[in-house]
Design a protein around this ligand. Structure first.
Ligand SMILES: [Fe+2]
Ligand SMILES: [Fe+2]
Length: 232
């Protein structure tokens, strides 16, 4: 039987991201296969979102919009971009995407744990740098698009002594938000145009680093690239 999404469409109605996934997996060839298998248990909307976020991250690096001098952190950023929502897998699934559509208070609380669970999962697979970067992907208070119930994080202590991980966490948060708010499949908020999303993020006080701002300026280009890649 076909799995139903929160708004009664079927999974088959989500766009196929096979082309994006092939690009992403090529660059994650050294990842533990069990981590990939955990990833495949994430709900379909979050899975597609994660593939796109990873594509944004890798293309930003490839096009040298984002330059990370330390290759260990560059790899960590790519891993974090793909698996930042890994905490939504398994038992969270059914509770997140029931038939009612919008998340109730209890469901929001469940969503809010995904950052902590995701960090733990990445640590389990010895992806320590990715865990530190991923810990920051919702750590921006009063952001323009408060999602998943607003600010929540468990990774502050973890990252405090690592400014590069903190800066990359901010970069990941900007990509994450941009993709989430421009995805019509999401239920947390109304979808906005990519142009409006880019403008909001660029003017947000929560993305102060020049590295993040450079990324935000380029997001629209990669958004358009994604549309053409998935259409082929
Ligand atoms: Fe998340
Ligand atoms: Fe995300």
């Amino acid at each position: 039987m076909e799995t139903q999404l929160h708004d009664d469409r079927s999974v088959s109605e989500l766009p196929s991201l096979d082309n994006l996934l092939a690009y992403v997996l090529q660059r994650l060839s050294d990842i533990d296969p069990e981590l990939i298998s955990d990833f495949d248990k994430i709900d379909p909307i979050s899975r597609n979102h994660s593939i796109r976020v990873a594509y944004y991250a890798m293309r930003l690096i490839e096009r040298r919009i984002l330059q990370i001098s330390d290759p260990v952190y560059e790899r960590g950023f790519c891993v974090a971009s793909m698996f930042h929502d890994i905490g939504k897998n398994g038992s969270l699934n059914g509770r997140l995407f029931g038939s009612s559509g919008l998340l109730d208070y209890q469901q929001r609380a469940v969503v809010q744990t995904h950052v902590r669970l995701g960090v733990q999962a990445l640590q389990h697979y010895n992806e320590w740098i990715a865990a530190k970067i991923s810990a920051g992907h919702h750590e921006h208070q009063d952001n323009p698009y408060p999602r998943d119930g607003g600010p929540h994080i468990s990774g502050s202590q973890n990252r405090r002594s690592d400014p590069l991980a903190e800066a990359l966490g901010e970069c990941l948060a900007a990509i994450d938000q941009f993709d989430a708010v421009t995805d019509p499949a999401r239920v947390y908020f109304s979808t906005v145009t990519p142009e409006a999303a880019q403008e909001e993020l660029a003017s947000s006080a929560y993305f102060p680093n020049e590295m993040t701002q450079a990324i935000i300026r380029d997001l629209l280009n990669i958004y358009q690239e994604i549309q053409s890649v998935i259409a082929t």
